[in-house]
Design a protein around this ligand. Sequence first.
Ligand code: MG
Length: 260
Amino acid sequence: MKILALLAVALLAAAQQTPPKRPGYKDTPPIPEQKWLVHDQDRPYPRQITPGATPGAAPSDAIVLFDGKNLDAFQSRKGAGGWKVENGYAEVVPKAGAIFTKEAFGDMQLHVEWASPAKVTSGDQDRGNSGIEIMGRYEIQVLDSWDNPTYADGQAGSIYGQWAPLVNAVRKPGEWQTYDIIFEAPKFEGDKLIKNPYVTVIHNGVLLHHRQKIVAPVAHRAVRPFAAHPAELPLQLQDHGHTVRYRNIWVRRLRGYDQP
Ligand code: MG
């Protein structure tokens, strides 16, 4: 009897040490091209994050680059603080030059809001021109494209000099607009490009590019070859001589699936 009692205690202790069984299965077929079974019990859970409280607000795992207060996350070749910050936005100071992040980024999700000047004084590329220069060399065009004829691969939301946006989703001059951008950095082996960059662009909630292949670094009236560069580089905002405004800029580094 005593032995049985001891055995019962030992079994109970062992049961208490066994971690609770996770929901899922181990008797299901493998998912094609994955290492997991269908509904695999052992598959890692995704990280829990807190989404922004309102559409466009930064989620908990975002790196906030500009929240309306200061441009401390940025620098310029002409010294820090080259652009004006007031009323919760940053404004290009013409000839101050581009500003670029102190931190470098590769694969990322980027949210940025911008407004072209409310007062229209010119046209074509000389109107509300700025740009989201990813890695300092792949430009998503910022332009006042409201009733403003220009070449298609240079209008707002174009991958400048390469791809016109699927639609013109621009708002009127002076109105705030959103870009949500998902970018995959290129890969190089030595000097050789082995994977092009790809980009998805959503403008004011409307799809402009769906994982589009970027075929060259940005250029004006030219096609430039790729030049090998690091896996991460600063994000740059262009000074094209126009007082374009920016606000609510945040970025998330992208990670692969199954990385808790
Ligand atoms: Mg531009």
